[in-house]
Design a protein around this ligand. Structure first.
Ligand code: CO
Length: 170
């Protein structure tokens, strides 16, 4: 089921999400709804808080070169992630379903390694230095109450706030 996306500057986006402890039907429905919502809004990632649920759960589905279909089977479901490694730095253009229409370059670590749980509570690791590494950092920021525009320079941030206010009025 497609759920409503929480839009900036909604205060819920500032919440520190809670650890998932029950890997039950409620969690599975949440993850399924997150997938439906991400696909409906044409996103490549979504954190639970973006549909108003403050749990440490996120999904990522980056279309591949071979197929631009974001198959459900290829969706990464990441619960309770923890960084094991964060190295280097790089700048990549990012966007966010909670800040629709805004795309800005953001500086992040180049290489990350995380440990996380899947929907059944089993533990896995991801080691990546490509776009997935950027998406993981963007989504984990949501679990900690942070949105990517907060990482912009002072001047760019001011420009964004001005533009956003103008847009809210219309
Ligand atoms: Co986002």
């Amino acid at each position: 089921m497609v759920r409503e996306v929480v839009i900036y500057p909604d205060k819920r986006l500032k919440l520190i999400s809670r650890e998932v402890t029950e890997f039950d039907e409620t969690l599975h429905t949440l993850l399924d709804d997150m997938y439906d919502t991400m696909i409906a809004k044409r996103g490549v990632g979504l954190a639970a808080i973006q549909i108003g649920v403050d749990l440490r759960a996120l999904i990522i589905n980056i279309p591949t070169e071979e197929s631009d279909k974001q198959l459900r089977d290829h969706t990464l479901e990441i619960i309770n992630p923890v960084f094991l490694t964060m190295e280097g730095s790089c700048k990549t253009q990012e966007g966010c379903l909670s800040v629709p229409g805004i795309y800005e370059d953001v500086e992040r670590a180049q290489h990350v390694k995380i440990s996380y749980q899947d929907r059944h509570g089993n533990t896995h690791e991801i080691d990546n230095d490509e776009f997935l590494a950027i998406a993981i950092q963007h989504e984990i920021d949501h679990l900690d109450g942070k949105v990517f525009i907060e990482k912009l320079s002072y001047i760019k941030r001011k420009k964004f706030e001005k533009e956003w206010k103008k847009r809210e009025k219309n």
